[in-house]
Design a protein around this ligand. Structure first.
Ligand code: TYD
Length: 137
């Protein structure tokens, strides 16, 4: 399963670190929405959904968390444990976020505004959606 991650170069000097991200150069879409997740307990699993169209980049800008990805055929686990690592998640990908450290802040850059109709929140429905798309292709 091919996973696209980004290794962002910080502008570090004796004052600290700064990471700047520009659309198309540092992630492959224009950002319409930004949100961040924090104060998530370590035994909580978030996500449990896929998107029909939305593309996202996840960056754990503080602390760490794990991301479970599932394309309907294969799964993988990605550790987000530094503020310079971005994980690109395309549409048609089931995701779960777990193992949040107490100090974790997960920043999400999203290609579309919030749209509940873009969500697939049922795993069996996700598998059916993927199969239907593949049989159309
Ligand atoms: P939810 O989809 O449950 O988060 P997660 O994917 O991390 O499990 O979202 C939590 C709440 O926030 C839910 O009521 C929807 C709302 N929300 C927005 O209003 N705008 C957004 O951009 C997002 C991502 C969520």
């Amino acid at each position: 399963m091919e996973i696209r991650t980004f290794d962002y170069e910080p502008h570090g000097d004796n004052r600290g670190q700064l990471v700047a991200l520009e659309e198309q150069k540092d992630f492959p879409f224009a950002v319409k929405r930004v949100y961040y997740i924090y104060d998530t307990l370590s035994d909580v699993v978030r996500g449990h959904h896929a998107h029909k169209c939305l593309k996202q980049v996840l960056i754990c800008v503080h602390g760490s968390c794990m991301i479970h990805l599932d394309n309907g055929h294969e799964t993988c686990e990605v550790a987000l444990d530094k503020p310079t690592k971005g994980l690109y998640i395309e549409n048609d990908m089931w995701r779960e976020m777990y193992d949040f450290s107490p100090d974790a802040v997960l920043l999400v850059l999203a290609s579309e505004l919030y749209d509940e109709t873009d969500y697939i929140r049922d795993y069996d429905e996700f598998l059916k959606f993927i199969k239907a798309k593949e049989s159309e292709a």
